[in-house]
Ligand binder design. Sequence first.
Ligand code: ADP
Ligand code: MG
Length: 273
Amino acid sequence: MPQLAILNQKGGVGKTTTAVNLSAALAALGKRVLLIDLDPQAHATLHLGVTPDNEVAGIYDVLCRDARLPETVRAVGENLSLIPSTIDLAAAEVELAGEVGRELLLRDHLSDVAAEYDYVLLDCPPSLGVLTLNALAAVDEVIIPLQPHFLALHGLSKLLETIDVVARRINGRLKLGGVVFCMYEAATRLATEVTRDVDEFFERNRGGAAPWSQAAPFRTRIRRNIRLAEAPSFGQSIFDYAADSNGAEDYRRLAEEVVAAAGAARATTVRAA
Ligand code: ADP
Ligand code: MG
């Protein structure tokens, strides 16, 4: 079961939009998907129409109150389940500070449901604290949403360093699955230059031992599309809100690429065995 963390320590780059709509697109392809909202801002939770108040059991209860993970799962669509974030989650960083093995809590809980889903996606907060470390310890792959911005590569190197440290110390399976350009504006010179720089970066690093030695930007680029920005206020994924929009088309194509990549990885493993 592929487990993917959608991560970038910068805010506003398209993490939540990607986590929600990629999850919904995978579900529409018939995959059983669990999305976990690990951001105390609870944007993914709201995007899927769930109010993150104290009545709701969420990922905070799993990490800090030892609730069983399946008890916090709620169905939010066909093939699509969510573990919500709640306001309490902001306290997790402090509450877990003295806990031995605090980075491994999520990984241990996820093993309870491994057989029930084809994909687990984690929407990470814009920081590299204990919640993000839990995500990195639990998943096989990180997907990094990037906005084609002139500092995009600068932030990327810090993030790759963190992925490398986690891969060496706590999760030997961890790989960078790919970078997805979000809010892409094809007509701008900036977008062309940044995407070329990122392509070249991964080309130069191909074949080494780093967790990103097989990674590349996804061919699908998520275009800037106002429907994607509107959908959260209706508590709907782009497929329920505007199925004919460019945003829906782009996330559908991204999901197909993600599924194809998982298939290719499986084939490689089978050949190697
Ligand atoms: P993050 O989770 O990284 O903070 P979000 O996914 O919340 O980023 O995106 C930041 C803002 O940009 C949100 O208001 C979101 O609706 C909007 N947005 C994201 N992707 C797109 C897109 N492709 N086109 C237009 N608006 C977008
Ligand atoms: Mg977010």
